[in-house]
Write a protein that binds this ligand. Structure first.
Ligand code: ADP
Ligand code: TPW
Ligand code: MG
Length: 582
């Protein structure tokens, strides 16, 4: 089947018809979308086939959740909505988790699901895979639409694209009943119904008075701090951010997925002094970072507050595209609403030539704290205990990433996440992708597939053994598409650690414990990938170097001391039973 355009040209009149399947493909392609992450079945099997036949990259997964996560992170990396395609009811629900994840993380994504017949669903007459999907998706999506007629597909996809990428990005649901795909429509009408979205994410220029208010406050600071969040990474305003950091000389703290916006080794990077700078800073400028749990809501002990919810005394500037974000947790003294590129550009322009450097005492104090903490960490990393622990394994990963700064870096787990985030430096923007705002397990293999497909770079994934299990079957997908992915499983035999015991002495192991000494490396071998069993840092290094040299799908089972982790990793304080024990 050719494109609607070709059919019209061939017919010379409007008699030739096309169908809903074709229009979906044409509308996506017209808007520069060339990849679909999905899983076939009624009613979208032919859509997957025809998308491939029309030159789109149609990536088939083993579970919709992983396809959805892949689509969501493709959206983050490209600023175009990642497309996830699923079948009705159960397929839709499997994909829904990722849709909610995209909305929560401000990633642009469109979940397109086939659905059952409206007449039957609405009368609850028990159709095949009957479910009122639109109603269910609505509260979890930034927007949700249903298309009933082929001539509305162009509008439906245009609206979905705009909703996903404009303003604060998010997940959009597009409901497409089975009948829609088979509807025939004459090709000329079809063609003219398509919309190429003009300027889908318009720049949002900040008000000059907001910029001035922010800079006046920043100038008054004795101990200024900048916090970069994943919104800053998403915005792809790297040059503007560099200029701001350079010209102001202010120490900055990258949130997890903002690591590498400037190299973590940058002189002004305050990551190694995080617990010092948060309570000490007097003016904090947030750039694309929310004051949610990941920043202790901007108050309490982390910020130097006297009580759990006490204000630490900081003044806040917040640069964000969402006008509703300010004051969500604490007072924002200077909100700057706009897209980060435009806001930071306006600030840099207004800094002038004589912008004062922050007071030397502040810079020296931050540098001093950093030095102390870096030295302590270096000492720990230099140890080579047996069995291997998180630190000695991550010392290797840190070297490998330093030598391969273009590699994409996927990370999930508890200890496997927290230690990695603090030990492994990133050097370039948008390389680190991880559990995000919810701290979810399961993003791993979906992210690996999308990262490899979108960037064509080597992918390195550092996975807790539990975390890996949520998407482990997608190693088949990675092998099937022969993607350059090196998965390292930090195998400590369980969730947090492998040492819990069943207090009853019964035959079931404790709920956090897995099969001891599991050979995850054999799993990938089933699909033709390379499995490596590593019990020492040297073996891990050799395995990673070989994976990167060969670009073959590789899974390294890194055997970690099962006593090495702590409950909930770094977020023990959020765990009610752990708190009770204290
Ligand atoms: P982190 O988890 O890294 O702290 P968050 O996800 O909490 O980051 O915050 C990201 C913020 O960035 C959101 O409030 C979102 O509205 C904002 N944002 C996303 N894209 C842009 C953009 N292009 N310009 C400005 N703000 C943006
Ligand atoms: C979708 C709860 C948080 S961390 C974790 C779970 C199950 C696994 C930790 O074990 P892992 O890491 O990966 O082996 P390590 O190094 O500490 O041993 N379900 C979802 N998301 C979350 N966050 C959980 C459960 C959880
Ligand atoms: Mg584990």
């Amino acid at each position: 089947m050719g494109t609607a355009e070709a059919q019209v040209a061939a017919a010379g009149d409007a008699q030739i018809s096309t169908d809903g399947f074709q229009l979906v493909i044409d509308a996506l392609k017209l808007n520069g979308i060339d990849t679909i992450y999905g899983l076939p079945g009624i009613p979208i099997t032919d859509l997957t086939r025809r998308a491939q036949a029309e030159g789109m990259r149609m990536l088939s997964f083993r579970h919709e959740q992983n396809a959805g996560y892949a689509a969501s992170i493709a959206g983050f990396l490209t600023q175009k909505p990642g497309i996830c395609l699923t079948v009705s009811a159960p397929g839709f629900l499997n994909g829904l988790n990722a849709l909610a994840h995209a909305t929560t993380n401000c990633f642009p994504m469109i979940l397109i699901s086939g659905s059952s017949e409206r007449e039957i669903v609405d009368l609850q007459q028990g159709d095949y895979e009957e479910l009122d999907q639109l109603a269910i998706a609505k509260p979890l999506a930034k927007a949700a639409f249903r298309v009933l007629h082929a001539e509305d597909i162009g509008v439906g996809i245009a609206r979905a694209i705009r909703a996903a990428v404009s303003g604060r990005p998010g997940g959009v649901y597009l409901d497409m009943p089975a009948k829609l795909f088979a509807q025939s429509i004459d090709a000329a009408t079809a063609k003219s119904s398509l919309i190429k979205v003009v300027d889908p994410a318009p720049r949002q220029i900040p008000a000059p008075e907001a910029v001035k208010r922010a800079l006046d406050l920043l100038k008054s600071a004795k101990k200024p701090l900048i916090i970069l969040g994943k919104g800053a990474a998403y915005a792809q305003a790297d040059a503007e951010l560099h200029a701001l950091i350079d010209k102001t000389g202010i120490p900055y703290l990258p949130m997890s997925m903002a690591k590498g916006l400037l190299p973590d080794t940058h002189e002004q990077c305050a990551s190694a002094a995080r617990s010092y700078v948060l309570p000490e800073a007097d003016v904090v400028m947030l750039i694309g970072a929310r004051l949610n749990w990941l920043l202790s809501h901007g108050k309490g002990k982390t910020w130097g507050g006297k009580s759990a919810k006490g204000w630490g005394g900081q003044k806040f500037i917040q640069i964000d595209i969402s006008p509703q974000e300010a004051d969500s947790n604490v007072r924002i003294d200077a909100p700057v609403v706009g897209d980060i590129g435009s806001c930071v550009l306006a600030m840099v322009a207004a800094l002038g030539r004589d912008w004062p450097r922050p007071p030397q005492e502040w810079l020296a104090a931050v540098a001093d704290k950093k030095k102390g903490n870096v030295a302590k960490m270096a000492e720990t990393l230099a140890k080579n205990p047996s069995p291997m622990n998180f630190h000695s394994a991550l010392n290797v990963v840190r070297d490998i990433v330093r030598a391969n700064p273009d590699a994409m870096f996927v990370n999930e787990g508890a200890n496997a996440l927290d230690f990695t985030r603090s030990i492994v430096d990133m050097y370039k923007p948008r390389k680190r992708i991880d559990v995000g705002t919810w701290g979810i397990m399961g993003i791993g293999m979906g992210y690996c597939v999308a990262a490899a497909v979108v960037t064509k770079q080597q992918v390195i994934a550092i996975e807790g053994d539990s975390a890996f299990g949520f998407s482990g079957m997608e190693v088949e997908t990675i092998c099937r598409y022969n993607l350059p992915v090196c998965i390292v499983i930090m195998n400590n035999n369980g969730v947090y650690k492998g040492t819990d015991v069943n207090p009853t002495g019964g035959p079931d192991v404790a709920p956090t414990v897995f099969v001891r000494g599991a050979r995850y490396d054999k799993l990938i071998e089933a699909f033709g990938g390379v499995g490596v069993y590593a019990t020492t840092p040297a073996e891990l290094r050799k395995g990673m170097e070989e994976a990167i040299r060969s670009r073959k799908p590789t899974l390294i089972n890194a055997v970690i001391d099962e006593t090495a982790g702590t409950e909930s990793g770094r977020i023990t304080s959020l765990n009610p039973s752990a708190a009770k024990k204290k």
